[in-house]
Design a protein around this ligand. Structure first.
Ligand code: BDR
Ligand code: CA
Length: 320
Protein backbone atom coordinates (compact mmCIF):
# COMPACT_ATOMS: atom_id res chain seq x y z
CA UNK A 1 0.00 0.00 0.00
CA UNK A 2 1.19 3.52 -0.77
CA UNK A 3 1.43 5.55 2.46
CA UNK A 4 0.37 9.01 1.37
CA UNK A 5 0.35 12.55 2.68
CA UNK A 6 -2.06 14.53 0.53
CA UNK A 7 -1.26 18.24 0.07
CA UNK A 8 -4.37 19.97 -1.25
CA UNK A 9 -6.49 23.14 -1.65
CA UNK A 10 -10.01 21.65 -1.90
CA UNK A 11 -11.29 22.51 -4.54
CA UNK A 12 -13.64 20.40 -6.66
CA UNK A 13 -11.05 18.23 -8.43
CA UNK A 14 -9.18 18.00 -5.11
CA UNK A 15 -12.35 16.49 -3.62
CA UNK A 16 -12.50 13.99 -6.49
CA UNK A 17 -8.86 13.12 -5.85
CA UNK A 18 -9.42 12.71 -2.12
CA UNK A 19 -12.37 10.36 -2.59
CA UNK A 20 -10.42 8.36 -5.17
CA UNK A 21 -7.51 8.00 -2.71
CA UNK A 22 -9.77 7.01 0.18
CA UNK A 23 -11.56 4.42 -1.96
CA UNK A 24 -8.53 2.85 -3.62
CA UNK A 25 -7.31 -0.36 -1.95
CA UNK A 26 -3.62 0.36 -2.66
CA UNK A 27 -3.63 3.83 -1.04
CA UNK A 28 -3.46 4.62 2.66
CA UNK A 29 -3.98 8.35 3.31
CA UNK A 30 -2.03 8.98 6.53
CA UNK A 31 -2.69 12.68 6.67
CA UNK A 32 -3.76 15.77 4.75
CA UNK A 33 -2.03 19.13 4.58
CA UNK A 34 -4.02 22.12 3.39
CA UNK A 35 -2.92 25.24 1.58
CA UNK A 36 -4.25 28.41 -0.05
CA UNK A 37 -5.08 28.18 -3.74
CA UNK A 38 -8.60 27.46 -4.90
CA UNK A 39 -9.74 28.95 -1.57
CA UNK A 40 -8.07 30.49 1.49
CA UNK A 41 -6.08 28.11 3.67
CA UNK A 42 -8.72 28.37 6.42
CA UNK A 43 -11.41 27.24 3.98
CA UNK A 44 -9.14 24.55 2.55
CA UNK A 45 -8.59 23.12 6.05
CA UNK A 46 -12.31 23.24 6.79
CA UNK A 47 -13.07 21.51 3.48
CA UNK A 48 -10.49 18.78 4.07
CA UNK A 49 -11.99 18.11 7.51
CA UNK A 50 -15.52 18.20 6.12
CA UNK A 51 -14.91 15.94 3.13
CA UNK A 52 -13.11 13.30 5.19
CA UNK A 53 -15.58 13.31 8.11
CA UNK A 54 -18.71 13.03 5.96
CA UNK A 55 -17.06 10.09 4.22
CA UNK A 56 -16.42 8.43 7.60
CA UNK A 57 -12.63 8.96 7.84
CA UNK A 58 -10.91 10.43 10.89
CA UNK A 59 -7.71 11.47 9.08
CA UNK A 60 -5.45 14.20 10.55
CA UNK A 61 -5.50 17.53 8.74
CA UNK A 62 -2.67 20.05 9.25
CA UNK A 63 -3.20 23.64 8.15
CA UNK A 64 -0.56 25.01 5.80
CA UNK A 65 0.72 28.15 4.16
CA UNK A 66 -1.52 31.20 3.96
CA UNK A 67 0.40 32.89 1.18
CA UNK A 68 3.01 32.17 -1.51
CA UNK A 69 6.70 32.01 -0.55
CA UNK A 70 7.66 35.25 -2.27
CA UNK A 71 5.05 36.66 -4.63
CA UNK A 72 2.14 38.78 -3.43
CA UNK A 73 -0.95 36.80 -2.42
CA UNK A 74 -3.86 36.72 -4.90
CA UNK A 75 -7.60 36.28 -4.48
CA UNK A 76 -9.04 32.77 -4.78
CA UNK A 77 -11.05 32.39 -8.02
CA UNK A 78 -14.54 31.83 -6.56
CA UNK A 79 -16.07 31.49 -10.02
CA UNK A 80 -14.20 28.23 -10.69
CA UNK A 81 -14.68 26.18 -7.49
CA UNK A 82 -17.25 28.38 -5.69
CA UNK A 83 -16.48 30.78 -2.84
CA UNK A 84 -16.45 27.78 -0.48
CA UNK A 85 -14.36 25.61 -2.85
CA UNK A 86 -17.13 23.03 -3.15
CA UNK A 87 -19.46 24.74 -5.61
CA UNK A 88 -21.21 26.88 -2.94
CA UNK A 89 -22.89 24.09 -1.00
CA UNK A 90 -26.38 25.19 0.10
CA UNK A 91 -25.75 23.75 3.58
CA UNK A 92 -23.24 21.63 5.50
CA UNK A 93 -23.84 18.95 8.09
CA UNK A 94 -22.24 19.59 11.45
CA UNK A 95 -18.95 17.82 11.99
CA UNK A 96 -16.83 17.83 15.09
CA UNK A 97 -13.22 17.93 14.04
CA UNK A 98 -10.18 20.12 14.42
CA UNK A 99 -6.93 20.61 12.59
CA UNK A 100 -3.63 19.40 14.07
CA UNK A 101 -1.72 21.81 16.27
CA UNK A 102 1.40 21.69 14.05
CA UNK A 103 1.73 23.34 10.65
CA UNK A 104 1.54 21.45 7.37
CA UNK A 105 5.30 21.80 6.81
CA UNK A 106 6.02 20.50 10.34
CA UNK A 107 3.58 17.63 9.82
CA UNK A 108 5.31 16.60 6.57
CA UNK A 109 8.76 16.75 8.16
CA UNK A 110 7.70 14.87 11.33
CA UNK A 111 6.04 12.10 9.35
CA UNK A 112 8.97 11.79 6.96
CA UNK A 113 11.39 11.47 9.89
CA UNK A 114 9.18 8.87 11.59
CA UNK A 115 8.79 6.77 8.43
CA UNK A 116 12.01 7.34 6.43
CA UNK A 117 11.78 6.17 2.83
CA UNK A 118 8.15 5.10 3.16
CA UNK A 119 5.98 8.10 2.46
CA UNK A 120 4.65 9.35 -0.86
CA UNK A 121 3.68 13.00 -0.98
CA UNK A 122 0.91 13.77 -3.45
CA UNK A 123 0.64 17.54 -3.93
CA UNK A 124 -2.12 19.06 -6.04
CA UNK A 125 -2.01 22.73 -5.07
CA UNK A 126 0.46 25.63 -4.88
CA UNK A 127 3.69 24.26 -3.47
CA UNK A 128 4.54 26.50 -0.50
CA UNK A 129 4.02 23.71 2.07
CA UNK A 130 6.66 21.63 0.31
CA UNK A 131 8.93 24.67 0.01
CA UNK A 132 8.62 25.39 3.75
CA UNK A 133 9.14 21.72 4.62
CA UNK A 134 12.33 21.72 2.54
CA UNK A 135 13.59 24.72 4.49
CA UNK A 136 12.86 22.92 7.79
CA UNK A 137 14.51 19.69 6.65
CA UNK A 138 16.88 19.99 3.67
CA UNK A 139 17.25 16.21 3.65
CA UNK A 140 13.50 15.76 3.01
CA UNK A 141 13.95 14.53 -0.59
CA UNK A 142 15.91 11.54 0.76
CA UNK A 143 13.39 10.88 3.55
CA UNK A 144 10.39 10.57 1.23
CA UNK A 145 9.76 7.66 -1.09
CA UNK A 146 8.41 9.81 -3.90
CA UNK A 147 6.55 12.99 -4.73
CA UNK A 148 3.75 13.19 -7.29
CA UNK A 149 2.55 16.63 -8.34
CA UNK A 150 -0.47 17.82 -10.21
CA UNK A 151 1.23 20.93 -11.52
CA UNK A 152 2.71 22.52 -14.59
CA UNK A 153 2.66 21.77 -18.26
CA UNK A 154 5.33 20.99 -20.86
CA UNK A 155 3.69 21.32 -24.29
CA UNK A 156 -0.01 21.86 -23.62
CA UNK A 157 -0.91 25.56 -23.21
CA UNK A 158 -1.42 26.87 -19.67
CA UNK A 159 -4.74 27.44 -17.97
CA UNK A 160 -4.08 30.78 -16.25
CA UNK A 161 -1.80 32.27 -18.86
CA UNK A 162 -0.73 31.03 -22.29
CA UNK A 163 2.11 29.14 -20.60
CA UNK A 164 1.31 28.73 -16.89
CA UNK A 165 -0.68 26.12 -14.99
CA UNK A 166 -2.55 27.42 -11.92
CA UNK A 167 -0.70 25.59 -9.12
CA UNK A 168 2.69 26.75 -10.43
CA UNK A 169 1.49 30.25 -11.34
CA UNK A 170 0.13 30.69 -7.78
CA UNK A 171 3.60 30.20 -6.30
CA UNK A 172 6.38 30.03 -8.89
CA UNK A 173 9.12 30.41 -6.26
CA UNK A 174 7.91 27.36 -4.34
CA UNK A 175 7.49 25.40 -7.57
CA UNK A 176 11.05 26.13 -8.71
CA UNK A 177 12.38 24.99 -5.31
CA UNK A 178 10.38 21.78 -5.60
CA UNK A 179 11.52 21.03 -9.17
CA UNK A 180 15.17 21.44 -8.22
CA UNK A 181 15.17 19.74 -4.79
CA UNK A 182 16.17 16.26 -5.92
CA UNK A 183 13.31 13.96 -4.89
CA UNK A 184 11.98 11.06 -6.85
CA UNK A 185 9.58 13.42 -8.61
CA UNK A 186 6.76 12.94 -11.09
CA UNK A 187 4.78 15.76 -12.63
CA UNK A 188 1.22 15.10 -13.75
CA UNK A 189 0.46 18.30 -15.62
CA UNK A 190 -1.95 19.72 -18.16
CA UNK A 191 -0.29 17.64 -20.94
CA UNK A 192 -2.30 14.72 -19.56
CA UNK A 193 -5.00 16.26 -17.35
CA UNK A 194 -6.44 18.18 -20.32
CA UNK A 195 -7.04 14.88 -22.10
CA UNK A 196 -9.24 13.34 -19.41
CA UNK A 197 -12.70 14.89 -19.60
CA UNK A 198 -15.32 13.80 -17.07
CA UNK A 199 -18.99 14.64 -17.76
CA UNK A 200 -21.24 15.72 -14.87
CA UNK A 201 -23.45 12.70 -15.63
CA UNK A 202 -20.54 10.50 -14.52
CA UNK A 203 -20.92 11.92 -10.98
CA UNK A 204 -24.73 11.74 -11.09
CA UNK A 205 -24.36 8.02 -11.72
CA UNK A 206 -21.88 7.66 -8.83
CA UNK A 207 -24.24 9.37 -6.39
CA UNK A 208 -27.03 7.01 -7.51
CA UNK A 209 -24.77 4.02 -7.16
CA UNK A 210 -24.00 5.04 -3.56
CA UNK A 211 -27.71 5.60 -2.74
CA UNK A 212 -27.23 9.37 -2.40
CA UNK A 213 -24.57 9.08 0.31
CA UNK A 214 -23.69 12.59 1.57
CA UNK A 215 -20.07 12.38 0.40
CA UNK A 216 -21.14 11.55 -3.15
CA UNK A 217 -23.99 14.08 -3.32
CA UNK A 218 -21.55 16.73 -2.05
CA UNK A 219 -19.11 15.78 -4.80
CA UNK A 220 -21.93 15.78 -7.36
CA UNK A 221 -22.99 19.28 -6.32
CA UNK A 222 -19.42 20.57 -6.49
CA UNK A 223 -18.79 18.96 -9.87
CA UNK A 224 -21.94 20.51 -11.38
CA UNK A 225 -20.67 23.98 -10.38
CA UNK A 226 -17.23 23.17 -11.85
CA UNK A 227 -18.81 21.92 -15.08
CA UNK A 228 -20.83 25.14 -15.38
CA UNK A 229 -17.51 27.01 -15.35
CA UNK A 230 -15.87 24.71 -17.91
CA UNK A 231 -19.06 24.67 -20.01
CA UNK A 232 -18.82 28.45 -20.31
CA UNK A 233 -15.15 28.58 -21.34
CA UNK A 234 -14.90 25.24 -23.17
CA UNK A 235 -18.41 24.63 -24.58
CA UNK A 236 -17.06 21.92 -26.90
CA UNK A 237 -16.61 19.69 -23.81
CA UNK A 238 -20.35 19.62 -23.06
CA UNK A 239 -21.32 19.71 -19.37
CA UNK A 240 -18.01 18.28 -18.27
CA UNK A 241 -14.77 19.11 -16.50
CA UNK A 242 -11.15 18.05 -16.26
CA UNK A 243 -10.22 15.65 -13.49
CA UNK A 244 -6.79 17.36 -12.90
CA UNK A 245 -5.94 16.36 -9.32
CA UNK A 246 -7.39 12.86 -9.40
CA UNK A 247 -4.87 11.97 -12.10
CA UNK A 248 -2.01 12.35 -9.64
CA UNK A 249 -3.46 9.40 -7.72
CA UNK A 250 -4.26 7.51 -10.91
CA UNK A 251 -0.57 7.83 -11.80
CA UNK A 252 0.43 6.59 -8.34
CA UNK A 253 -1.54 3.36 -8.60
CA UNK A 254 -1.42 2.84 -12.38
CA UNK A 255 1.72 4.46 -13.85
CA UNK A 256 1.43 2.13 -16.86
CA UNK A 257 -1.44 4.34 -18.08
CA UNK A 258 1.05 7.19 -18.70
CA UNK A 259 3.96 7.85 -21.00
CA UNK A 260 6.63 9.92 -19.31
CA UNK A 261 9.76 11.80 -20.21
CA UNK A 262 12.61 12.82 -17.90
CA UNK A 263 14.27 16.20 -17.95
CA UNK A 264 15.33 19.16 -15.85
CA UNK A 265 12.51 21.60 -15.15
CA UNK A 266 12.83 25.23 -14.11
CA UNK A 267 10.07 27.73 -13.40
CA UNK A 268 9.89 31.28 -14.73
CA UNK A 269 9.21 33.68 -11.89
CA UNK A 270 8.40 36.94 -13.62
CA UNK A 271 7.26 38.63 -16.77
CA UNK A 272 4.98 37.19 -19.43
CA UNK A 273 6.36 33.73 -18.77
CA UNK A 274 5.59 33.86 -15.04
CA UNK A 275 4.72 30.37 -13.78
CA UNK A 276 5.88 28.56 -16.92
CA UNK A 277 7.44 25.14 -16.30
CA UNK A 278 10.29 24.96 -18.80
CA UNK A 279 11.67 21.51 -19.45
CA UNK A 280 14.96 20.70 -21.12
CA UNK A 281 13.58 17.83 -23.15
CA UNK A 282 16.79 17.17 -25.06
CA UNK A 283 19.10 16.98 -22.04
CA UNK A 284 21.88 18.68 -24.01
CA UNK A 285 22.14 22.44 -24.21
CA UNK A 286 24.56 23.94 -26.74
CA UNK A 287 26.57 25.77 -24.11
CA UNK A 288 26.55 25.83 -20.31
CA UNK A 289 23.91 28.06 -18.80
CA UNK A 290 23.43 29.08 -15.19
CA UNK A 291 20.43 27.30 -13.72
CA UNK A 292 20.62 24.41 -16.17
CA UNK A 293 23.71 22.65 -14.84
CA UNK A 294 23.78 19.00 -15.97
CA UNK A 295 23.73 17.79 -12.36
CA UNK A 296 20.40 19.54 -11.64
CA UNK A 297 17.81 16.88 -10.71
CA UNK A 298 15.36 15.66 -13.31
CA UNK A 299 11.59 15.36 -13.15
CA UNK A 300 9.55 12.59 -14.74
CA UNK A 301 6.83 14.46 -16.65
CA UNK A 302 3.68 12.72 -17.85
CA UNK A 303 3.34 13.48 -21.55
CA UNK A 304 0.64 11.07 -22.78
CA UNK A 305 -2.15 9.15 -21.17
CA UNK A 306 -4.47 6.22 -21.81
CA UNK A 307 -7.68 8.22 -21.44
CA UNK A 308 -10.08 5.29 -21.44
CA UNK A 309 -7.93 3.41 -18.94
CA UNK A 310 -7.98 6.40 -16.58
CA UNK A 311 -11.72 6.94 -16.83
CA UNK A 312 -12.40 3.25 -16.21
CA UNK A 313 -10.14 3.24 -13.16
CA UNK A 314 -11.75 6.40 -11.75
CA UNK A 315 -15.19 4.87 -12.33
CA UNK A 316 -14.46 1.52 -10.73
CA UNK A 317 -12.61 3.09 -7.78
CA UNK A 318 -15.22 5.73 -6.95
CA UNK A 319 -18.08 3.37 -7.76
CA UNK A 320 -16.80 0.50 -5.65
C1 BDR B 1 -5.09 22.85 -10.68
O1 BDR B 1 -5.51 24.14 -10.24
C2 BDR B 1 -6.54 24.02 -9.29
O2 BDR B 1 -7.55 24.95 -9.58
C3 BDR B 1 -7.03 22.61 -9.38
O3 BDR B 1 -7.53 22.16 -8.14
C4 BDR B 1 -5.83 21.85 -9.83
O4 BDR B 1 -5.04 21.48 -8.72
C5 BDR B 1 -5.34 22.72 -12.16
O5 BDR B 1 -4.58 23.64 -12.87
CA1 CA C 1 -5.96 21.49 -6.45
Amino acid sequence: KHKVIFDTDPGVDDAMALYFALAHPDIDVLGITSIFGNVTVQQATENALYLTRIAGYDIPVAGGALVPLAKAPGTPPGFIHGDDGLGNLPSRSTINAHAESCSAAEYIVNMARQHPGEITLVAVAPLANLGLALKLEPNLPKLLKQVVLMAGTVIEPGNVSPVAEANVWNDPDAADLVFTAGWNLTMVGLDVTHRVVLPSSFFDALANKHNQHLAMTTLRHAVHFYCNFYGAIRPELGHACFGHDVLAFVYLVAPELFQTQEGRIRVAKEGFGNGQTMMDRHGKLFYPQPGWEPEKPVTRACMQVDVEGCINLIETTLGG
